[in-house]
Design a protein around this ligand. Structure first.
Ligand SMILES: [Zn+2]
Length: 138
C-alpha cells in the first residue's frame, strides 16, 4: 500500500490573491501615474497609460469606509461587513471585514486591519477555494 500525498491543493478565488506565505494581494500599478488596479487592465482609468507593473500590496491598513449588510442573496449569510480598506502603501481595496461580529461595537472607522484568508468551498478531490478579507489587528 502506497502513501499518497494528501495535502490538499488551494486555489485563490481571485487571480490577484497570492497564497504564498504570507498570503498577500498583488496589484497592477500604472507605470505613468502609480494608480493601482486589481486584475488585468488595458489602460489606466486615472491617466490613460497602457503600461503596468505587478506589485505586492501591503497586507496591513485601516478601515476607510464600511456598511453592515443585512439583506443578500439567499445563500449568503448576513449580517456581514462590506468595506473599503486603505492599505499602508495607499492601495484602496474593496473587501469584507471578517473574524469579528458584524456590528458597530466591533467595527469602527479608522481601525487597524490585516489581510486574512478563509476557505469558501472544497471540491470532491479536496481542492480548497480560498478567499480573503480583513480582520481587526492591533
Ligand atoms: Zn495611470
Amino acid at each position: 500500500m502506497t502513501e499518497e500525498n494528501t495535502a490538499p491543493e488551494q486555489i485563490p478565488i481571485v487571480t490577484y490573491l497570492n497564497l504564498a506565505d504570507p498570503p498577500h494581494l498583488k496589484a497592477q500599478e500604472c507605470k505613468s501615474c502609480g494608480a493601482r488596479f486589481f486584475d488585468r487592465r488595458n489602460a489606466c482609468a486615472s491617466c490613460g497609460g497602457g503600461s503596468f507593473a505587478e506589485v505586492a500590496v501591503s497586507s496591513d491598513g485601516v478601515l476607510q469606509a464600511f456598511t453592515i449588510v443585512h439583506r443578500a442573496a439567499p445563500s449568503i449569510p448576513v449580517p456581514y461587513v462590506s468595506a473599503i480598506v486603505k492599505t499602508d502603501d495607499g492601495t484602496s481595496v474593496r473587501s469584507n471585514i471578517i473574524n469579528t461580529p458584524a456590528d458597530v461595537e466591533h467595527v469602527t472607522l479608522g481601525m487597524r486591519v490585516a489581510l486574512a484568508t478563509y476557505e469558501v468551498a472544497e471540491d470532491d478531490r479536496g481542492t480548497k477555494c480560498i478567499a480573503f478579507g480583513y480582520e481587526p489587528s492591533s
